[in-house]
Every structure is written in structure tokens, then in C-alpha cells.
Design a protein around this ligand. Structure first.
Ligand SMILES: C[S@@+](CC[C@H](N)C(=O)[O-])C[C@H]1O[C@@H](n2cnc3c(N)ncnc32)[C@H](O)[C@@H]1O
Length: 533
């Protein structure tokens, strides 16, 4: 018996939605499935990730030993598994329907949507009586049967529609033009393609690295809110929906489809471009009064130097100004800030139109974009795209082995962005950030960095206590999102065990040390000059 049900939503244009059948407390599991109904690896992950459990390179399955890397399917050599058990589960449920089609080695890897549809058609063909309930659910999941939605997509993205039609046709061909009762199987393939591919959830691993995309008829029936009452986490391969706050029975369960830390105009543009609806959630209705839209000073107080810079940027970003609109962008002051936003967002690469920009932005460009926002005196550390840019700088520092610089950025984010962007301590992004900071801190307390450790200690901050405090923090809050029985939960549990075993003081004494250390840690983090690290 499920604790949620799918029925008509009250949201304007919301179609069907997901509803709570009982009340939930913060952190409760609202819905879980052992593996999304559709779970496809990104093509770039086919060689290093198990195509069934999504773990890299081995899972906790009993038949996998420590030496087992992911091994390829002997027949198609296109997908890999970490154990016989994973391979056998995959084969029985779906791989047998695609193995032959994807085997020819002279073909490139088929896109994940095509592979998903081949397998869905195979499963449907093998179940003419409709005994598989999830398959029935998926046939009921049809937001794109709505003529209005389809028309909106055709108008906004004619090329995408053409691609979908062509790829769905290809999938149908690869599936052997299946006969499924009296059903028009090509029409079905197209319907799947639109419905499934427009509504996937992204499946990320522990370091928030994208592994692939998933689709589950229940989770994907949840509508969007920029102030969602639940979060979705992927525990390789379990999908879990948890309550972010108390939810009374009968309330609609909403998740987030996009990055909700962005300003309203960016969120609205992304929802319109990707999902073809206008969000009217409570946060969007607050307009520019919501925190993520506010600036530090009234917008006409941008200093003359930056006004001049912004005037130059208006020209460059004319086409993007609407996406970054400040109010109605009618005044020069509004346009200037919209132009600075457009410039900095384009470097951050965090709105989907700019995905390519992200890969190309250098460390210097990232720092320049940060300076543009922060030195203008209008942005604080938690207003986007500053947090996006900080994360980008952190990744750059980590990838070039500049651990101490990375630590200072991560520490700054820990105090100045995370609690503001994600007020719930168990929020997945906040937990992952704290875990990253714990790991960077651990690197700094390794014997290799002894000199640095001692220098920081002389300044009054004991990084060993900082590390312990962060591990305890993540350990305490992981239950509210990923849960203990998850890759992150297990890693944190192991770190916690190690910490407890190595402790030479009592638990109470350690907590007292942490309590005493934290204001110093916060002061160091706040004063870190991350624009010059
Ligand atoms: C993943 S589906 C959600 C389930 C869908 N409502 C259904 O009827 O099956 C996404 C689609 O639902 C609609 N939708 C989701 N959230 C919405 C919201 N807050 N307001 C209006 N429509 C929404 C949009 O049409 C969107 O493309």
C-alpha cells in the first residue's frame, strides 16, 4: 500500500499530481522505489558504472568481491555490471530486449532515450495481459497527451519535436516494429519518448556527479514548486522522496524540477523552456520581494564605475536580458543589473542555455565574474550566481590540487551560502557541501600537510576539531535525506566510526571542543579572501 496517490492537481494547468494519503513529519520517507522504472546511464558512464545499480565500480552485492570492476555484457559489450546478480536482474527485466539492437560495434552508443524506449516496448510486448502494474502506470502517465502542452512544446521547440519524432521512430525500428495487441506501437513509442524524456529525474552519484537519467511513473507525477515540500534523492539505485517539512494528509506533494536557488525570472524561464508552464507557487508570487531576488542596496545605487561596465554589457546580452529581468527591466538601473546578471550567469554556466559556457569558463573568468558581482556592492554571498561561481572556483581548485585554497572557498560557502540557500540542514545539497568540506579538511590534517596544519593551529584553529565537527554534523543530518542506508550514509557512518575509535576524549568533551572551536572556524571562513586565493 502506497502512502501517496496520483490524482487531479489543483494547480492551474497542473494536470495530475501526487498527493499524500497520510501525514508525514520532516525527514519521513514519502515514497521509495528500489530502482527507477527507467534508469539509463549517460553514454559517458557506460564504461565505468554498473548499468543496473549505478555504482562505481563495485556494489555491496555479496557476489561482488573487492577486485571486481564493472565487467561488460559478453554479448553486446556496450553495458557493464558490477556483479552477476546485477547482470542477471538487468537481463531479466530489460537488457534482453535491447542487447541485440545495441550490439553492432560499428554503431555509436544509442542515446539513453532510445534505449529506454526499446526496453519499454520489449517489456510491453512480453506482457500482453498487462500484469506489470508499473507498465500500466506508465501508460497512464501522459502529460503530453494534453494537446495544449504538446502544442506549447511544438511552438517553443520545433527542432526538439522533430528530433523526438525521429529518435522515437529509430527506437521503434530497433525494437523490431513490435506488435503489441491492437495498439499502434509506433504511436506508443512516440508517446513514451515525449512523456518519459520530458519528465526525467537526474540520477547523481555521491559527489553530485551526473550518472544518468531516471523515470518513475509515481515520482514523475509530482508537480513542481519553487518551495517544494519534498526532496528526491538517488541512492544508487534506490529512489527516495522525503518530506522537507510536515505534510498533512491530502496535501499535494511537490518536488523541484530546476535549481530553485536562482532568481524568479531565471526559474520562470527554465520552467517555461523545459516544461512549458508558468509557475505560480507561493515563492514565485512574491516576485522581487523574495530573498533570492533582493540586492544589497536599492538598484539605482550601483556605483558609477560599475554602471559604466554594465552599460557595455547591456549591448552584449540584449537577447538574454529578459531571462535575467530585474522587475520589468524598464529603467536603465534595472537593465544594468540584468546585464551584470547575464554576464555572470553565462560564466557560471548554470542556466541550461549556457551549459556549454560552463565547461569553457577558466578559473580567471570565474573569478572575474565573482568580482563583477561582489565588488559592485549589490550581490551578497548567497545571491545567485555568486554561489554557482564559488562552486565552480572550488572545483577548479580541487582539480588542480590547491587543497588549502579549496578549503577556504568551501568553508566560506559553509557559513555564508549553504544555510541561506538551504535552511533545512538535511537538504541534500547542503549535506554534500558539508561532506566535501569534511573531506578537504581531512586532506589538510594528513601528515603531508603537517606544516600547514600547525600554522593554522598557531592561528588558533584546530582543523582536527573542525573535521570532527563536520563529520558529526553530516552524520546527524544524513537521516533526513539520503538516509543511513545509502552510499553517502555508509561513507559517513564509516568516517564516524573511525572518529569515535580514534577519540582520546569523551564524546561530551569532543562536543565541548567543537562548540568552542566553531566561532573561530566561522570567523576564519568569513574573512577568507576567496577572490584572491
Ligand atoms: C513531470 S510532469 C508532472 C505530472 C503531470 N502534471 C501529469 O499530469 O502527469 C510535468 C508537467 O506537469 C505540469 N506541471 C508541473 N508542475 C506544474 C506547476 N507548478 N504548475 C503548472 N503545471 C505544472 C507541466 O505541464 C509539466 O510539463
Amino acid at each position: 500500500m502506497m502512502d501517496v496517490e496520483v490524482r487531479q492537481s489543483k494547480l492551474v494547468g497542473g494536470g495530475r499530481g501526487l498527493f499524500a494519503k497520510k501525514s508525514f513529519d520532516t525527514g519521513d520517507v514519502v515514497y521509495t522505489t528500489s530502482r527507477p522504472f527507467v534508469a539509463e546511464l549517460d553514454t559517458t558512464r557506460l564504461q565505468d558504472t554498473c548499468a543496473w545499480c549505478f555504482r562505481q565500480p563495485r556494489c555491496n552485492d555479496e557476489s561482488a568481491n573487492e577486485e571486481t570492476a564493472v565487467l561488460p555484457c559478453a554479448a553486446c559489450k556496450r553495458v557493464r555490471y558490477c556483479s552477476k546478480t546485477c547482470q542477471s536482474k538487468a537481463w531479466k527485466r530489460e537488457h534482453k530486449y535491447e542487447c541485440k539492437a545495441i550490439a553492432p560495434q560499428d554503431r555509436p552508443d544509442l542515446p539513453h532515450g532510445v534505449r529506454a524506449v526499446i526496453k519499454l516496448l520489449g517489456r510491453l510486448q512480453a506482457d500482453p495481459q498487462g500484469k506489470d502494474e508499473q507498465l500500466i502506470d506508465i501508460l497512464r502517465f501522459q502529460p503530453y497527451a494534453d494537446e495544449g502542452l504538446l502544442a506549447a512544446m511544438k511552438k517553443a521547440k520545433p527542432q526538439r519535436c522533430e528530433d523526438f519524432d525521429m529518435l522515437a521512430y529509430g527506437a521503434w525500428k530497433y525494437a523490431g516494429e513490435p506488435k503489441i495487441g491492437d495498439v499502434d506501437s509506433l504511436g506508443l513509442a512516440k508517446g513514451f519518448f515525449y512523456n518519459v524524456m520530458n519528465n526525467t529525474v537526474s540520477l547523481s552519484g555521491m559527489e553530485d556527479v551526473s550518472l544518468g537519467t531516471g523515470f518513475d511513473p509515481i515520482v514523475c507525477s509530482a508537480n513542481h514548486s519553487c518551495d517544494p515540500n519534498t526532496i528526491v534523492v538517488f541512492n544508487q539505485p534506490t529512489l527516495v522522496v522525503r518530506a522537507l517539512r510536515p505534510i498533512p494528509a491530502g496535501e499535494e506533494i511537490c518536488i523541484k524540477y530546476i535549481d530553485i536557488t536562482n532568481p524568479r525570472s531565471v526559474r520562470q524561464a527554465e520552467l517555461h523552456d523545459q516544461y512549458y508552464f508558468e509557475c505560480k507557487c507561493s515563492r514565485c508570487e512574491q516576485g522581487s520581494e523574495a530573498r533570492e531576488d533582493r540586492f544589497l542596496k536599492p538598484i539605482d545605487q550601483l556605483n558609477p564605475t560599475f554602471s559604466k561596465v554594465a552599460d557595455g554589457l547591456i549591448q552584449r546580452h540584449t537577447k538574454q536580458l529578459e531571462r535575467f529581468a530585474i522587475g520589468d527591466n524598464a529603467s536603465p538601473a534595472q537593465q544594468r543589473l540584468a546585464a551584470i546578471s547575464a554576464e555572470a550567469f553565462s560564466v557560471s554556466g548554470t542556466t541550461f542555455d549556457f551549459n556549454k559556457g560552463n565547461e569553457h569558463a577558466s578559473e580567471d573568468e570565474t573569478r572575474d565574474a565573482l568580482r563583477l558581482c561582489l565588488n559592485s556592492g549589490m550581490w551578497d554571498w548567497a545571491r545567485q550566481p555568486v554561489p554557482h561561481l564559488l562552486r565552480q572556483l572550488l572545483v577548479a581548485k580541487l582539480s588542480t590540487g590547491q587543497t588549502y585554497a579549496a578549503w577556504r572557498i568551501a568553508a566560506k560557502m559553509h557559513f555564508l551560502t549553504a544555510p541561506i540557500l538551504f535552511p533545512t540542514p538535511s537538504y541534500p545539497d547542503r549535506l554534500l557541501d558539508a561532506w566535501t568540506l569534511a573531506n578537504i579538511t581531512n586532506q589538510l590534517i594528513s601528515p603531508d600537510d603537517d606544516a600547514l596544519y600547525r600554522e593554522i593551529l598557531r592561528g588558533g584553529l584546530d582543523l582536527r576539531i573542525v573535521s570532527a565537527g563536520l563529520i558529526l554534523e553530516v552524520h546527524e543530518h544524513v537521516t533526513g535525506s539520503y538516509g543511513r542506508d545509502s552510499p553517502l550514509g555508509r561513507a559517513v557512518e564509516a568516517a564516524h566510526r573511525q572518529l569515535t575509535a580514534a577519540m582520546q576524549i569523551s564524546n561530551e568533551e569532543l562536543r565541548e571542543e567543537i562548540r568552542r572551536t566553531w566561532p573561530k572556524f566561522e570567523a576564519v571562513a568569513r574573512s577568507a579572501d576567496v577572490l584572491n586565493v
